[in-house]
Write a protein that binds this ligand. Structure first.
Ligand code: HEM
Length: 179
């Protein structure tokens, strides 16, 4: 992963790739936690499709849609990550609301943080999942484990997301590395 990060940086320096488009998929790599730039993360593209496409997904509180319309930019807020202990958080802001108008359910994800403990990464967020009259699940927790580049729903995530079981895969998280 470290090599990949460096290669990405080199490609940007050479002008081979437009800088804003280059993100390093480093979800489980503590080296990447030196990042001080925004998170780009689509959450789950198949959810976007399922709810009827980008028009059914609303961004607010700083989150914006990138050119592809299915990846979101989550602005950097702060970081207390300590490379020597491989522990700490990288905090982002923004809110993304997936709404299925037919079934009238929402999955709302806000203010994601990448949190490392001894080099092991988890993705935290505020989650609010609702299904009219039946489900109202809200809280902040470690919703996804980050390992091997995957973003996997945790037990806490299963409870909060309501429509996803532990072990289900979401899209990888990406953020640029400050060198
Ligand atoms: C209130 C009712 C329902 C809710 C809250 C709901 C919610 C969901 C959610 C969250 C997903 C996962 C989307 C993703 O991230 O890829 C999903 C997938 C799916 N649902 Fe539903 N669903 C409901 C009713 C139904 C009904 C009635 C059917 C069939 C008649 C159905 C068929 C499917 C299928 C086939 C998938 C898989 C889609 C795919 O993989 O492309 N759902 N549903």
């Amino acid at each position: 992963m470290k090599l990949r990060v460096l290669l990405a940086a080199a490609a940007v320096a050479l002008g081979l790739i437009a800088a804003p488009a280059v993100t390093s998929a480093v979800s489980s790599d503590p080296v990447a936690a030196q990042a001080n730039s925004n998170l780009s993360w689509s959450g789950r593209k198949s959810l976007t499709e399922y709810v009827g496409g980008p028009a059914q997904v609303t961004v607010s509180e700083g989150a914006t849609k990138l050119k592809d319309n299915v990846t979101y930019d989550w602005p950097f807020v702060s970081s207390d990550y300590n490379p020597s202990t491989k522990t700490g958080s990288i905090n982002f802001k923004g809110k993304v609301d997936w709404w299925h108008s037919g079934y009238n359910f929402h999955v709302v994800i806000s203010n994601p943080s990448i949190v490392y403990k001894n080099g092991v990464g988890q993705l935290w967020a505020d989650v609010h999942s609702t299904l009219e009259g039946q489900i109202d699940s809200k809280g902040r927790d470690a919703v996804w484990d980050l390992s091997g580049g995957d973003t996997i729903v945790t037990e806490a995530g299963e409870k909060l997301l309501a429509f996803y079981a532990k072990g289900e895969k979401w899209d990888p998280v990406n953020y640029q590395v400050a060198k």
